[in-house]
Design a protein around this ligand. Structure first.
Ligand code: ATP
Ligand code: ZN
Length: 284
């Protein structure tokens, strides 16, 4: 019994999807031009597909699970479960107009022509804003549509915004924020569900570790209590005596977000030799 996972064959999500599986300790040989492959150390079969097809394959049960952008799941309107956000492939689906367009709000899109590869999501957005507009579905190079007179606005995926800028466009509305997700078939067999749970457990350990750092520092013993009170930690920090009398080594973990604030307070409280190191896996 194997769990079948669909991932993007090539494109923006391909490498990060493989990397995630590797970080979960799953070895797959990623042969170029292969349609599918098997993991050597986990009951996993991997299908390489176009991202647009992944939701359908999952709904049909040809694949049990898949890694795909949330934007694609929503656009394709397939019945799948989003079981985990994966933290990569982050982007937004945005409306953009030519720089010279004097845009003041969504009402300016009324009766305009909007070019997009996401007609379903765009229609939803317009409807919920009470706007009527003409949607032109095009499959690629959406950003050139205003320049060639095909549309007044576009709705396309953006990450840095440099493509829009190079095409003389400006971003005016965020329609959707998206990232890669793990999606699953609605009716997994118990054996597949068990394998998915096993995989999810590993993914969560990897994700948690990415947001967390291991911190080591030296503290004068008379400042120990104050320094310890600054550290959140999983339980309480580990405190070990240093060879030099009157000093201790303190070990703990903290999240990436609180990192800079805490570092400053720790220094101010007398901590020295602060080391912050990455964590590979974290199970709590
Ligand atoms: P395929 O050949 O599989 O159909 P594609 O050309 O449709 O690939 P990619 O451009 O590889 O798709 O993008 C795949 C996914 O990566 C998008 O659906 C989106 O979720 C995510 N993504 C992240 N950043 C961006 C970006 N700046 N532009 C486009 N997609 C992005
Ligand atoms: Zn695609």
């Amino acid at each position: 019994m194997k769990l079948k996972i669909a991932i993007q064959k090539s494109g923006r999500l391909h490498e990060d999807s493989i990397k995630l599986l590797k970080e979960c300790g799953i070895d797959i040989n990623n042969g170029v031009n292969k349609l599918k492959t098997e993991a050597s150390n986990f009951p996993l079969e991997v299908f390489f597909l176009r991202d647009d097809d992944i939701p359908q394959y999952i709904e049909d049960g040809v694949a049990d699970i898949g890694i795909v952008g949330e934007n694609v799941v929503l656009e394709k309107q397939k019945q799948v479960n989003i079981v985990q956000k994966l933290g990569f492939g982050k982007c937004r689906l945005s409306m953009a107009v030519e720089k010279s367009f004097d845009y003041t709000g969504v009402q300016d899109l009324q009766n305009k022509r909007i070019a997009t590869s996401y007609p379903v999501i765009v229609a939803d957005f317009l409807e919920s804003n009470g706007i009527t507009a003409e949607i032109h579905e095009i499959s690629g190079s959406v950003e050139i549509a205003p320049g060639i007179g095909l549309a007044d606005a576009i709705c396309d995926l953006v990450s840095s915004g440099s493509t829009l800028f190079m095409n003389g466009l400006k971003e005016v509305e965020t329609v959707l924020k998206s990232e890669a997700v793990l999606a699953a078939n609605h009716n997994l067999q118990p054996a597949q569900q068990q394998l998915l749970d096993k995989l999810l457990f590993r993914i969560q350990a990897v994700k948690k570790a990415k947001n967390t750092k291991y911190i080591l520092l030296n503290a004068p013993n008379d400042k120990l209590n104050e320094i310890i009170s600054l550290l959140p930690g999983m339980k309480s920090p580990t405190v070990l005596p240093l060879a030099e009398a009157g000093w201790s080594s303190v070990h703990s973990v903290l999240s990436e977000n609180e990192f800079w604030d805490i570092i400053e307070s720790l220094k101010a409280a007398g901590a020295e030799g602060i080391l912050v190191v990455p964590i590979e896996k974290m199970v709590i």
